[in-house]
Design a protein around this ligand. Structure first.
Ligand SMILES: [Fe+2]
Length: 445
C-alpha cells in the first residue's frame, strides 16, 4: 500500500476479488446444473455420486452455515434442511432417497443465500478474527463450490445419455517433453504458512530433506499405459500389491475407466462422446492400484507427496519454493489446463510455460496425480476451521493426489494444494507420473 492510499483500499480490493470469485464459481455451477433437465438433476447417475441437485443445495447450505450464520451472525435461511445436506450424515448412496429440495426450490435457495452473502460482503470488516482475516471464510466457500463443480463434472462423465457439455479441445504440444528429471538431494520448503487462502492441511511451511530421485518430466500417457495393457500388465499379479490384485479381480479391471476395445486399438467415452484414445495425452481415470502396478511394471514407483511437491515448487537458483511451478503468479491460460476450459487432459508438451524450474511439465492441471503417500497433517498441523475439512480423513485409508485436473478451478489449486481419495477410486480425473531413487553415480557431487 502506498502512503497516499486510503487505508480501506485493500479491503475494497479484497471485496471485489471475493465477489468476482463467488460469481465465477456460481456461473460454473449454473452451467453444470442447467445443462440437464429436472429428471436428470434429481437422478443418481452412479452410487459413487450424489444427484446433481444435492450438490447444488449442499453448496448453498455450506455457504449459509459459514457465511450467513457464522461470519454474518444472521438468522438462518433454512434451518430445517441442514441435516439433509450434511455430507457426513448422508452417505452418497442414500442421497437420492432423501426428501431433497426439488430443482426450482434448490435454485431459489442458493440464490437467496447468495444475496445475503453479497449484503454481508458489502459491510464486512476483515478483522483479525482468523475466520474473516484476508477473507478466508469467503475463500473457503469459493473453493468448496469449485470443488463441488469438479465433482459435478465427474458426475457428468458418469452420466448416460446424449452429450450436453461442450468445450474446445486443449492446445496441441508446443514442446518435446519426455524422459525423467533428476532432482538432487537436499532440503526444500513444503507447505505454506503465508498463502492467505490455503487450507489447513497445506499448512504450515516446513523443511523436508530428500535424497536424490528422478521423476518423470510429464504424466504417464495413454500410449505408455497401452503398452502396459498390451504387455499383460493386468494379468500379472507380480506388478500389483496384494490389496491391488484383490481389487483388480473383484472389480474386474482391464483398462482405465471409460475405455473400450475398438478394433486393434482403444476408444474412450468423454462426456457422452466416443473417440479413439490419443497416445500423447496423460492417462486419466485410473485408480491408485493401477498407477502403482504400472509403475512397478515400468521399473519405477509412484513419487511420494514430498517428491511431487519438490519437483513442482523448488527453485534451486533462488533457494526457495514457489507458489506454482512457473512462479508466484496465479495460473493463466498458458500455464495449465485448469478450470473446465477444456474437457480432457492436454497432450504432453502443451504447456511449456507451466514447467517448473527443474524442468518438470504439467504438474498443475490436466490430471490429478496419485502419490504413494497416505494423507497426514504436516508437522505442526492445526485444525482450521473445523475437523471435518481434513483431519477426520487423516490415516492410512486415503492416498494423496496433487496438482489438480482440467476440471479443477484455479482458485482450488495451488502448488501446495492436497487432495485425497481411496486407492480404488477412478471416477475422479486421476492420472499419475512415476519416480525412482537416483543412483549415486547419477548425482553430481
Ligand atoms: Fe461439500
Amino acid at each position: 500500500m502506498t502512503t497516499t492510499e486510503r487505508p480501506d483500499a485493500d479491503a475494497e480490493r479484497l471485496r471485489d476479488r471475493i465477489a468476482a470469485e463467488l460469481a465465477r464459481a456460481r456461473a460454473r455451477t449454473a452451467l453444470l446444473t442447467d445443462a440437464v433437465d429436472d429428471d436428470d438433476l434429481t437422478r443418481q447417475h452412479s452410487t459413487l455420486m450424489s444427484p446433481l441437485v444435492w450438490d447444488l443445495a449442499h453448496v448453498g447450505n455450506q455457504e449459509e452455515l459459514w457465511l450467513v450464520r457464522d461470519v454474518g451472525g444472521r438468522e438462518p435461511v433454512r434451518h430445517d434442511i441442514d441435516d439433509l445436506y450434511d455430507a457426513f450424515k448422508q452417505p452418497r448412496r442414500d442421497r437420492p432417497s432423501l426428501p431433497l429440495l426439488p430443482p426450482a426450490e434448490a435454485r431459489a435457495y442458493v440464490r437467496t443465500v447468495r444475496d445475503k452473502v453479497y449484503d454481508l460482503l458489502d459491510c464486512i470488516r476483515f478483522t483479525e478474527r482468523p475466520l474473516v482475516a484476508d477473507g478466508f471464510a469467503f475463500a473457503m466457500i469459493v473453493q468448496h463450490e469449485q470443488q463441488h463443480d469438479e465433482t459435478m463434472l465427474a458426475t457428468h462423465q458418469l452420466r448416460a445419455g446424449a452429450p450436453v457439455l461442450d468445450a474446445p479441445p486443449p492446445p496441441e504440444p508446443r514442446a518435446r517433453v519426455g524422459g525423467e528429471v533428476l532432482v538432487p538431494a537436499g532440503p526444500f520448503t513444503m507447505g505454506t504458512s503465508t498463502d492467505p487462502w490455503a487450507l489447513d492441511n497445506e499448512r504450515p511451511a516446513h523443511t523436508v530433506d530428500l535424497p536424490a530421485y528422478a521423476i518423470d518430466a510429464a504424466p504417464v500417457t495413454n500410449g505408455q499405459y497401452r503398452e502396459f495393457i498390451a504387455a499383460g500388465g493386468y494379468d500379472e499379479p507380480r506388478w500389483w500389491s496384494e490389496a491391488g490384485w484383490r481389487h483388480r479381480n473383484e472389480a474386474d479391471l482391464s483398462a482405465p475407466m471409460h475405455w473400450r476395445r475398438d478394433g486393434d486399438g482403444w476408444a474412450y467415452r468423454r462426456f457422452g462422446r466416443w473417440s479413439p484414445v490419443r497416445d500423447d495425452e496423460p492417462v486419466v481415470h485410473v485408480c491408485w492400484y493401477e498407477a502403482q502396478a504400472y509403475a512397478a511394471w515400468a521399473g519405477k514407483r509412484l513419487p511420494t507427496e514430498a517428491e511431487w511437491e519438490k519437483a513442482a515448487r523448488w527453485d534451486p537458483a533462488a533457494g526457495r519454493s514457489r507458489r506454482y511451478p512457473w512462479g508466484d503468479a496465479d495460473p493463466g491460460d498458458a500455464h495449465a489446463n485448469l478450470g473446465q476450459r477444456h474437457l480432457w487432459p492436454a497432450p504432453v508438451g502443451a504447456y511449456p510455460q507451466g514447467a517448473s524450474p527443474l524442468g518438470v511439465h504439467q504438474l498443475i492441471g490436466d490430471v490429478w496425480e496419485w502419490t504413494s503417500s497416505t494423507f497426514r497433517g504436516h508437522p505442526g498441523f492445526t485444525v482450521f476451521p473445523y475437523r471435518e475439512y481434513s483431519e477426520v480423513f487423516f490415516g492410512d485409508d486415503h492416498r494423496v493426489l496433487r496438482g489438480g485436473s482440467f476440471g479443477t478451478d484455479r482458485s482450488a489449486c495451488r502448488g501446495t494444494f492436497r487432495n485425497w481419495d481411496y486407492p480404488i477410486r477412478r471416477q475422479i480425473f486421476s492420472g499419475f507420473r512415476c519416480a525412482r531413487d537416483a543412483g549415486a553415480e547419477e548425482c553430481p557431487a
